[in-house]
Design a protein around this ligand. Structure first.
Ligand code: ZN
Length: 142
């Protein structure tokens, strides 16, 4: 287990722009504000989205395309560094008009309306590095 102590930095709230990619917009905000590590949550609605599912045997991501408007019931994620740049890792639960849920790794999504909360974390140099066991880019030793 890799454990790090950290402390809270700035808190931000943002209303994301309609018609833009949610991951791109959060990444741009982190870059603009100089946030290298943090925690985030978002609620709102997306006009379409792409989720990912990581197949642990083949160690490849499958894609799930959601081509309809959905509620962004819950989106939780974090920001850490990948190749020295802020990288957003987010998972989402999305619901359709019948209340059915889709869930997974959030690759992308077009914002209809979305409210973001971001908590900066300080005292960390959290860089993603390739992990040979999982095939994922995980937080590495400092
Ligand atoms: Zn993920």
């Amino acid at each position: 287990m890799l454990i790090r102590d950290c402390r809270q930095g700035r808190c931000l709230v943002a209303r994301l722009d309609h018609g833009t990619d949610i991951i791109g917009q959060i990444t741009d905000l982190a870059v603009e504000k100089g946030i290298k590590t943090g925690f985030l949550s978002v609620i709102g609605a997306l006009s379409r989205a792409e989720l990912g599912y990581y197949d642990q045997v083949s160690q490849k991501y499958g894609k799930i395309q959601i081509e309809e408007p959905v509620e962004l019931v819950s989106c939780l994620g974090n920001i850490s560094l990948r190749n020295g740049e802020p990288f957003v890792h987010a998972h989402a639960a999305l619901s359709d008009r019948a209340g059915r849920l889709y869930g997974g790794h959030l690759n992308s999504g077009i914002v209809f309306a979305a409210e973001l909360f971001m908590q900066e974390l300080l005292g960390l140099n959290l860089e993603r590095v390739p992990d040979s066991i999982t095939g994922l880019n995980l937080w590495g030793e400092e």
